[in-house]
Write a protein that binds this ligand. Structure first.
Ligand code: KIV
Ligand code: ZN
Length: 387
């Protein structure tokens, strides 16, 4: 029996911190419902102390969601924790996520605090959060640039104070996969009470390594991944949920855990987040990009028509697309052309007719970027066939 890998979605919190991606209360509820349908374990709905609007949004998500745990973010300050606790009152299952920075640069330049003082704040925050819920997550912000010895000290202390999830954020996306994985393994090994909490990771994508770092952490004992739909998030974004989930599922040979997600909801969720935020999904984005399951070259199309597994490592249908797609263009081959024509109802009388039509299709494809079904139909009627 494999371990459960918990999926913590922070599209509504860190995703919303993407410049220009802010969402209304009702939009957050719509996205939260889509995440719940996908069986996301934890939905971080917002940062209740940030504004009255975000408080109300977290409250509305907490009231609407029944199956997923709803989480609110709070700095390690009494007033933030009380706001989060109040906003989450209506939830079936709630979590408070509190954080404080632990890297030398953040402690000295941002917080102006001594390390011992940071530990005091963290412990106090976790204890206060426990007054609202027994599900408390603690994050040492900028853990990717924090000293391992200090991380061990603060994490041991917050577990004793009642934290049930320890989230290790690579806040500025600075880590390398092997190094980040080793940090997770070391923390689990070195912290004496580490078996009392679940280790989580939260990776940013500044060097394009958020998913790789998350997967490396999972291979080294992390059992929660924090991620967002379409990889939305601060600066270059967070680890993308769809990539993490499908990498773990597709390469089960590398993992001793799996998520409980219904991946068939991924594309719907991706489209919803894109339309609400106005952030388009790049066509070549893994899993959810329009071209993720599209084939244009003749060699690939011929292979896929013979057996999909020649060029597909996942089924488009398993992540919510209706099907894979053959795109007809100048690289396409005769087999794909003939197949599409048959789908349009054209049955060539013989090889000579097919060759003639294929030749004229190639001439057109050299001139035209996108070949639509209407173009194919026009080509056929010029030749005297009717679809
Ligand atoms: O990136 C980060 O460090 C965060 C924390 C609040 C977990 O978003
Ligand atoms: Zn973050």
């Amino acid at each position: 029996m494999k371990d459960k890998l918990i999926i913590f979605d922070t599209t509504l919190r860190d995703g919303e911190q993407s410049p220009g991606a802010s969402m209304t209360r009702d939009e957050k509820v719509r996205i939260a419902r889509a995440l719940e349908r996908m069986k996301v374990d934890v939905i971080e709905a917002g940062f209740p102390a940030a504004s009255q609007g975000d408080f109300e949004a977290v409250q509305a998500v907490a009231d609407a969601i029944k199956d997923s745990t709803v989480c609110g973010l709070a700095r390690a300050l009494d007033k933030d924790i009380d706001r989060a606790g109040d906003a989450l009152k209506g939830a079936n299952s709630s979590r408070i996520h509190t954080f404080i920075a632990t890297s030398p640069i953040h402690m000295q330049k941002k917080l102006n605090m001594q390390p011992d003082q940071v530990i005091e704040y963290a412990v106090r925050a976790v204890k206060r959060a426990r007054q609202y819920t027994d599900n408390v997550e603690f994050s040492p912000e900028d853990a990717g640039r924090s000293e391992e010895d200090f991380l061990c000290r603060i994490l041991e202390a917050v577990i004793d104070a009642g934290a049930t999830t320890l989230n290790i954020p690579d806040t500025v996306g600075y880590s390398m996969p092997q190094q980040f994985g080793a940090t997770i393994a070391n923390l689990i090994k070195r912290i004496p009470n580490s078996d009392k909490a679940i280790f989580s990771v939260h990776c940013h994508n500044d060097l394009g390594l958020a998913v790789a770092n998350s997967l490396s952490a999972v291979m080294n004992g992390a059992r929660q991944v924090e991620c967002t739909i379409n990889g939305l998030g601060e600066r270059a974004g967070n680890a993308s949920l769809e990539e993490v989930v499908m990498a773990v599922r597709t390469r089960q040979d590398f993992f001793t855990c799996d998520t409980g997600l219904d991946a068939r909801e991924i594309v719907t969720c991706s489209k919803l987040v894109s339309s609400i935020t106005g952030f388009p999904v790049q066509p070549n984005k893994a899993i959810v990009g329009a071209n993720a399951f599209a084939h244009e070259s003749g060699i690939h199309q011929d292979g896929v028509l013979k057996n999909r597994e020649t060029y597909e490592i996942m089924r488009a249908e398993d992540v919510g697309w209706t099907t894979n797609r053959m795109v007809l263009g100048k690289h396409s081959g005769r087999n794909a052309f003939k197949t599409r024509m048959a789908e349009l109802g054209v049955d060539f009388a013989g090889e000579a007719d097919l060759n003639d039509a294929f030749f004229r299709f190639k001439q057109l494809a050299d001139k035209k970027h996108d070949i639509f079904d209407e173009d194919l139909q026009a080509l056929i009627s010029e030749q005297g066939f009717e679809a």
